[in-house]
Ligand binder design. Structure first.
Ligand code: SF4
Ligand code: SF4
Length: 433
């Protein structure tokens, strides 16, 4: 609920209050249509539903408290930005609004039409002053992972303070040395903003906090995907929880996600599944799903299949590895461990990126998936081009494969549904055959 007090807070952040009020109402309605229409949802999803309803109010209020305590607020678009360092100094590092089609027409006044919707959506939110997260951020940390992003930062920097991390495109020794320097510079910058030293103990604590969040997400992954006959939560609900992991306070989120997992564990024991037995179990591969991009999940799960995992940055790529602090005795060693973990992320921005294919094969095998959908946000060239190598390897391994390229508009939903239904039919025929 948007109160007078929230409106005042938005005004203090130079937010377009009328527009944001309308956007909040639309987002709440869409959430109701997509999520509340499901039956037999775990009751612990209430926390995540409420969080969504208060996304631009309650959580933004909390961020103002962080700001008052002179701790940094850092907005990001990529899982390479070291949230551990910001967390270590009591700040908040969060993903910015970038999953809605509503802000795209505004962005297209400054950006080309034919670039990825994630970037356009985020840029449009800034131009419209319609995202409390962007408006609250002391600065945005961009990175050089793709062409569209790195050129957009030059334009976005005219509207909001931006720092850019140079992420290399290879993982050889020379590139990793550069990357390490970038992490060190990031840490120095966070120290400057907060006026506090990032000591070994603080950094270690920050890393452990984020590791714990990743552990909880790994637990969710196991519960939703590792029991072929019982799927205690829908892919849509799991996606919502993962999307919230990028904006919520990490310790509270971890606790709430464990509460959800406790309920799912009991459901597994009692054999309570939200899907019928024998529905096709799919893994989604590819580009990230920024909230409220629920289109593909909604289509798949209202077409008679279950999504049991996402090989995505809002998904497995984010939580698969922790940073191992056990042997580190200095801050530099912690940074080495951070780098080790980041360099294990197999984003398509790297060349070559062969480890990604092996990881995908393992994910399919472990979860006994019936097929995969390779999802590319429109105009994301790196993931789109890489789909050839992934599809060739998976087809050779006999894994049913469907490629979908889409943006945030609802216009292609009917066409996608038709393709998915045909894909599910072929999986069912294969199972029978
Ligand atoms: S897909 Fe690559 S560029 Fe995009 S968020 Fe993930 S790591 Fe960053
Ligand atoms: S989805 Fe692709 S094009 Fe879009 S921001 Fe990520 S890497 Fe860039």
């Amino acid at each position: 609920m948007v109160s007078e007090q929230h409106i005042k807070m938005w005004e203090s952040l130079d937010i377009n209050t009328e527009l944001l009020s309308k956007m909040v109402s639309a987002a709440v309605k869409r959430h109701e249509d997509v999520f509340k229409t499901q039956s037999n949802r775990p009751s612990s999803m209430d926390y995540f539903d409420d969080f969504w309803a208060n996304l631009q109010t309650g959580r933004i209020e909390e961020l103002q408290e962080v700001k008052k305590a002179k701790k940094p607020l850092v907005g990001t678009f990529c899982i390479f930005v070291p949230e551990e360092s910001v967390t270590a100094l009591g700040g908040a590092c969060y993903g910015l609004c970038s999953g809605s089609p509503a802000s795209i027409p505004e962005a297209e006044k400054e950006l080309p039409r034919n670039i990825c919707p994630l970037i356009k959506s985020a840029h449009g939110f800034k131009l419209l002053k319609a995202c409390g997260y962007t408006q609250s951020a002391d600065f945005i940390y961009g990175e050089t992972t793709c062409e569209a992003k790195k050129k957009t930062w030059e334009i976005l920097s005219k509207h909001h303070p931006i720092h850019v991390m140079q992420i290399p495109q290879k993982k050889d020794k020379k590139s990793l040395e550069l990357w390490k320097k970038e992490i060190e510079e990031f840490n120095e910058h966070i120290e400057e903003v907060s006026g506090e030293e990032l000591t070994f103990n603080k950094l270690k604590d920050g890393i452990e906090t984020v590791n714990s969040k990743r552990d909880a997400l790994k637990r969710l992954d196991k519960l939703r995907g590792f029991y072929p006959d019982i799927m205690p939560i829908s892919g849509k609900d799991a996606l919502l929880a993962m999307q919230i992991s990028f904006v919520d306070e990490p310790k509270r989120f971890t606790q709430k996600l464990h509460e959800l997992c406790d309920e799912l564990e009991a459901r597994v024991e009692q054999k309570v599944s939200v899907f019928e037995k024998d529905v096709p179990r799919l893994i989604i591969l590819g580009t990230p799903f920024a909230a409220p991009n629920w289109k593909l999940h909604d289509i798949v799960e209202t077409s008679g299949a279950a999504i049991i995992n996402e090989e995505s940055c809002i998904g497995h790529r984010y939580y698969k590895d922790n940073i191992d602090t056990s042997s580190a005795t200095s801050k530099e060693e912690l940074v080495d461990k951070m780098l080790e973990r980041y360099a294990d992320i197999d984003c398509a921005c790297f060349t070559p990126n062969e480890a990604r294919i092996e990881k995908i094969k393992k994910m399919i095998e472990e979860r006994k998936a019936d097929g995969v959908i390779y999802y590319t946000l429109a105009f994301c060239h790196t993931y789109n081009v890489e789909s050839f190598l992934v599809s060739s390897a998976l087809k050779e391994a006999g894994v049913p494969f469907l490629a979908i390229e889409s943006d945030y508009s609802p216009e292609d939903a009917g066409q996608i549904k038709t393709r998915i239904e045909a894909f599910l039919e072929s999986i069912k025929n294969k199972k029978v055959g």
